[in-house]
Design a protein. Structure first.
Length: 630
C-alpha cells in the first residue's frame, strides 16, 4: 500500500562529488554533483524504524530556489559561523540533468580560506555533502515489514565540503521543533529524544485534562505540542458546553495554566502576609477576597474534585489529605501554602540583622567531611651569596586549621485547624520566627568561634598572650588599650617566626555597653573639633561592630556549651581581604536556609522542614586582638 504524506522532517545529509577537473581558474569556480538520487537506508526520526529513502531527482520534485539564489558552500556543515562559508553556488547554475543534480560553485578568494580552496582545486578534497529537507513522501510498505519512502518533494539547503563522505545511514544534522520549525540538533539520537519529548508532553497534557484517548491519537499522528494545545482547548470548551451544570470541567490546558494560577494565588497570600513588601500580580483580583478555605475549594475544583456540598471542614480535610504516593503537583493548594511559608521564612532570614558579615569569608564545601584549610607560610629570607658561594635551599612552613559543617533544622506544621480558621498568620508568623532563628544560628556559629576562645590547629587557644601575642593585659576600654592592640597586631610574625606581617585592624568589635563610648572616642558622633585625647588616624578608620553576644554570651546547645559574656571585653579584627579571619562554610548549592515540605503523616496537615547546612572556623589568630577590659 502506498500513502502520500506531507511532513516537516529533519535536515538530512548525502554524500556527493566535486569535479576537480572542472575548475575554472579565470572565475575561480568548480562544478559539483550534489545528488544522484541513489537509494539509501535511513532511520525514522520519530519511531526509530529503518526505511529506504529514494530521492526523486526531477525538476518537479526538487525545489531549486535556495540553490539558485546563491546557497552557501560550507566547511563541514558548520552553519553557525560566517567563517565557515568557503564559497557559494553561482546563481542560476543549479540544474537537474540525467537524474543528477549539478551546480557551479564560486570559491572563496579570502586569504584565510586559501588552504581549503587549494585542496578543492587540486582534487585533494573531493567529497561534498548536501544538506536538504523533505516536504512530501510516498510511503510503500513492503512484504518484509520495511518501508520505501519515495521523496517526491524536497529542498536542498546548503552544500558542504567534507573530509569523508556522509554516512547516509546515520549522519544526520537534524532540525526539528514541536511546531515543525527548524532548530539545530546534533544527531539522530537527539532527534529521537525530541520526538519522544513531543509525544510525552502531549500525553501528559491530555492526561491532566482527562482526555487521554485524544492525546494518544495526536501523539501517534505527529501533531505538534502547540497545535495540540489548541485542539485540547477546543475539546474542553466543547465538553463544558455539553455539561454546563457539572461545575467540574474547566477550559484550562496543562501545567502552564496551573502553574500561572498557583503563582497568582501565592501572590495573594504573600500580599496578605506583608502588603508593603509584596505587590499583587496580574489576575490576583479574582482571589484577593477569598478565605483560605475558599482558595482550597477552588484548587480542588481546578484539580477535578467536585466540592459541591462539602463543608469547610471537609474541604480542609480533602486539601490536606495524606497521599503516600506523592501525587501532589505544583498547582495543589498545599504546595502553594508550603511555597508561601518558604518565601516568608526566607524573607525573614534575609532581613534579620547579622553583625558578623564583614568579618567572614564565605565558602562552600561538597560534603560533611572534615575540611582542612592549609596556611602557606612565608618564603624563606634571602641570604647573601659570596662571589663563589652556593645558593642555599630554603623551606616554606605550613599551618592548618580543620573543621566540618553540620546540619541544623526543625519541622513546622500547617494544620487543618489553621486552614479552617483562615489563620494565615498562624504559619506566616511561625515561618518568620524560623527565618530569624536560622539567621541567629549563623550568628551564633561565627561569634562562638571568637567568644569561646577555641583551640587552634597548633593546640593553643585562639587568644593567648605568650604563644599568639594577641591577648593584652586587662584594662578599661580607652585609646591606650586600642593603641596597644593595634601595635601588637602590626608586629605579628609569620609561620617562620621572623617575617613581620604588618597586619592592620579594620574592625573594632565591642559589647553594646561600650557602643557610645567607642563612637565618642573614634569621633564618629561627637567632638569633631576636640584636640584633647586625640586618636590616631589608623584608629579613626576602624569600623565599629556592636554585638550583644559579646555582652550576653551565647547559649546554644546545637553548637556547644554556653559561653559567658562581658560588658567590658573589646576586640580588633583585620579585614578578610587582607588576611584569613573566620571562614563560614555552606554545603554546596545550599547557601543559607532551605525548606522542604510533605504531607503530614503524624499530623493532619502539611509539614515544612527547615534546614541549614553550615559551619564556621577561625583560620588565623594573627587577624585578632583581645582585651578583656577592666
Amino acid at each position: 500500500m502506498t500513502i502520500k504524506e506531507t511532513i516537516a522532517a529533519p535536515k538530512f545529509g548525502r554524500s556527493a562529488e566535486i569535479r576537480a577537473a572542472s575548475y575554472d581558474e579565470a572565475d575561480n569556480t568548480i562544478e559539483v554533483v550534489w545528488t544522484t538520487g541513489a537509494a539509501v537506508r535511513r532511520r525514522n526520526w520519530r519511531t526509530g524504524d529503518i526505511y529506504n529513502e529514494i530521492l526523486v531527482v526531477t525538476p518537479e520534485a526538487v525545489r531549486m530556489d535556495r540553490l539558485n539564489a546563491g546557497a552557501p558552500l560550507l566547511d563541514t556543515h558548520d552553519d553557525w559561523s560566517l567563517r565557515s562559508v568557503i564559497g557559494s553556488v553561482v546563481p542560476g547554475s543549479a540544474r537537474i540533468e540525467g537524474g543528477q543534480g549539478l551546480a557551479r560553485v564560486q570559491l572563496s578568494s579570502a586569504p584565510g580560506d586559501a588552504d581549503t580552496v587549494h585542496k578543492i582545486r587540486t582534487g585533494v578534497i573531493r567529497n561534498i555533502s548536501v544538506g536538504y529537507v523533505i516536504h512530501a513522501v510516498e510511503k510503500t510498505e513492503k512484504e518484509d515489514g520495511t518501508e520505501d519512502w519515495r521523496v517526491i518533494d524536497w529542498e536542498p539547503m546548503e552544500i558542504s565540503a567534507v573530509p569523508v563522505p556522509a554516512d547516509a545511514g546515520s549522519q544526520f544534522r537534524n532540525r526539528n521543533t514541536d511546531d515543525g520549525s527548524m532548530v539545530e540538533i546534533t544527531d539522530l539520537h537527539a532527534a529521537v529524544r525530541a520526538e519522544r519529548e513531543r509525544a510525552s508532553t502531549i500525553r501528559k497534557l491530555a492526561t491532566e485534562a482527562h482526555a487521554a484517548e485524544l492525546g494518544e491519537t495526536h501523539a501517534s499522528e505527529g501533531t505538534s505540542v502547540d497545535a495540540f494545545r489548541s485542539i485540547l482547548l477546543e475539546h474542553l470548551i466543547a465538553k463544558e458546553a455539553e455539561a454546563p451544570t457539572s461545575g467540574n470541567v474547566r477550559a484550562e490546558v496543562g501545567t502552564e495554566h496551573a502553574e500561572k494560577r498557583a503563582h497568582v494565588i501565592e501572590s495573594v497570600l504573600m500580599h496578605r502576609v506583608d502588603p508593603s513588601a509584596n505587590t499583587l500580580t496580574d489576575g490576583a483580583g479574582e482571589f484577593r477576597g477569598m478565605t483560605l478555605t475558599e482558595l482550597a475549594r477552588d484548587a480542588l475544583e481546578a484539580s477535578g474534585i467536585n466540592t459541591r456540598g462539602m463543608s469547610k471542614y471537609e474541604v480542609a480535610s480533602e486539601t490536606l489529605a495524606y497521599r503516600g504516593g506523592g501525587m501532589h503537583t505544583t498547582s495543589d493548594f498545599t504546595v502553594i501554602l508550603g511555597n508561601t511559608v518558604n518565601r516568608t521564612l526566607r524573607a525573614a532570614y534575609e532581613a534579620a540583622p547579622q553583625t558578623f558579615r564583614p568579618l567572614v569569608r564565605e565558602t562552600t564545601v561538597s560534603d560533611f567531611k572534615t575540611v582542612t584549610r592549609a596556611q602557606l607560610g612565608e618564603a624563606p629570607q634571602l641570604e647573601r651569596v659570596n662571589e663563589h658561594g652556593e645558593f642555599k635551599r630554603g623551606t616554606i612552613g605550613e599551618g592548618k586549621e580543620a573543621y566540618k559543617i553540620a546540619t541544623f533544622g526543625k519541622i513546622v506544621g500547617i494544620t487543618r485547624q489553621a486552614l479552617i480558621n483562615d489563620d494565615l498568620g498562624a504559619f506566616s508568623r511561625l515561618a518568620q520566627m524560623f527565618g530569624v532563628q536560622a539567621a541567629q544560628l549563623e550568628s551564633d556559629l561565627v561569634w562562638w568561634q571568637i567568644l569561646s576562645n577555641p583551640t587552634m590547629g597548633d593546640n593553643v587557644a585562639l587568644f593567648h598572650l605568650a604563644s599568639h601575642k594577641n591577648l593584652q593585659s586587662a584594662a578599661a576600654f580607652s585609646k591606650g588599650t586600642l593603641s596597644k592592640m593595634r601595635t601588637a597586631m602590626a608586629k605579628q610574625v609569620g609561620i617562620d617566626g621572623k617575617t613581620v606581617l604588618n597586619i592592620r585592624p579594620a574592625f573594632l568589635m565591642i559589647p553594646v555597653e561600650l557602643e557610645d563610648t567607642a563612637a565618642e572616642l573614634l569621633r564618629s558622633t561627637r567632638y569633631p573639633d576636640a584636640t584633647t585625647n586625640a586618636v590616631a588616624d589608623s584608629l579613626k578608620a576602624l569600623s565599629i561592630i556592636s554585638e550583644p553576644r559579646i555582652d550576653n554570651g551565647i547559649s546554644n546547645e546545637s553548637i556547644g556549651a554556653a559561653v559567658a559574656g562581658s560588658a567590658t571585653a573589646h576586640y580588633l579584627a583585620a579585614a578578610p581581604a587582607a588576611t584569613d579571619t573566620v571562614e563560614l562554610a555552606y554545603l554546596e548549592g545550599s547557601r543559607g536556609v532551605y525548606t522542604e515540605s510533605k504531607m503530614g503523616f503524624n499530623i493532619d496537615g502539611v509539614e515544612i522542614k527547615v534546614r541549614m547546612d553550615a559551619g564556621a572556623k577561625v583560620i588565623d589568630w594573627r587577624a585578632f586582638q583581645k582585651n578583656a577590659g577592666a
